[in-house]
Design a protein around this ligand. Structure first.
Ligand SMILES: *Cc1c(COP(=O)(O)O)cnc(C)c1O
Length: 238
């Protein structure tokens, strides 16, 4: 008979099954939408999860992890310093957190103001090389949402390109939830087009951070290079 209490091993088996499922889904979507092999990086969003859960996923081969709270992330990064991982900051950025972000992360997906980008550049330890940065775009002009508007994007991008310890890699968006696949695609296509426009003006942008658990396939269809997936790997958050 199965024990009534689920053991740690059961939990890790579930985690492995879900993780493998997500990896195959990314591969399948890439094939279906004719994306070059290995052009989509999975960022496993580990916010609210324990260092042990991250370690379990890392043991399956995962290297990129996303966090949205600085202190929570820094604690985890310390506990996991024995593994070579890439850390992505995906949350709202306050000025007074720039030092910790610049010192502990490899990528930042959520920059929407020059002041923050400049601070991150100033605070970046030179030994770590340039910090990889995405500009977050508010695609649907939602008042409550962070993100630069499409109108202000080009100026912001040109300013960020002048910063010495930043590598501007591309654009990021978090669209309003939509269940319809075509609606999801349309919003992501808009981000792709904004990026394409900047590229046509000579800006060296080669990454697009878009797609979460519920809209990953649409994002891959429209050119995502980084999908940020939490729930599908770790299960529902509390
Ligand atoms: C939480 C979060 C995710 C992951 O969301 P899931 O729906 O759990 O996959 C992705 N991006 C950002 C910015 C998040 O805050």
């Amino acid at each position: 008979m199965k024990p009534a209490v689920r053991t740690n091993i059961d939990c890790h088996t579930d985690l492995a099954a879900r993780y493998n499922q997500v990896c195959s889904a990314i591969g399948a979507a890439g094939k279906r939408f004719s994306r070059p092999e290995d052009s989509v990086t999975l960022v496993a969003v580990s916010k609210t999860r324990s260092a042990d859960e991250v370690r379990a996923v890392a043991s399956l081969g995962q290297r990129d992890f996303g966090e949205n709270q600085v202190q929570e992330a820094v604690d985890k990064i310390r506990l996991l310093a024995d593994i070579a991982l890439s850390w992505h900051f995906i949350g709202t950025i306050q000025s007074n957190k720039c030092r910790d972000i610049a010192a502990n992360f490899d990528w930042v997906h959520s920059v929407d103001r020059f002041k923050i980008a400049r601070r991150l550049s100033e605070m970046r330890p030179q030994s770590r090389g340039p910090l990889n940065l995405f500009l977050q775009v508010n695609l649907q002009e939602e008042q409550t949402k962070s993100g630069v508007t499409a109108d202000n994007l080009e100026d912001l991008a040109n300013n960020v390109l002048t910063l010495p310890y930043i590598r501007l890699c591309g654009l990021m968006a978090i669209p309003k939830p939509a269940t319809d696949f075509e609606t999801q695609r349309r919003v992501f296509r808009r981000l792709f087009e904004l990026q394409d426009h900047l590229r046509s003006k000579g800006l060296p942008l080669d990454c697009l951070s878009m797609g979460m658990t519920d809209d990953m396939d649409a994002a891959i269809a429209e050119g995502a290079t980084h999908v940020r997936i939490g729930t599908a790997i770790f299960g529902p958050r509390q």
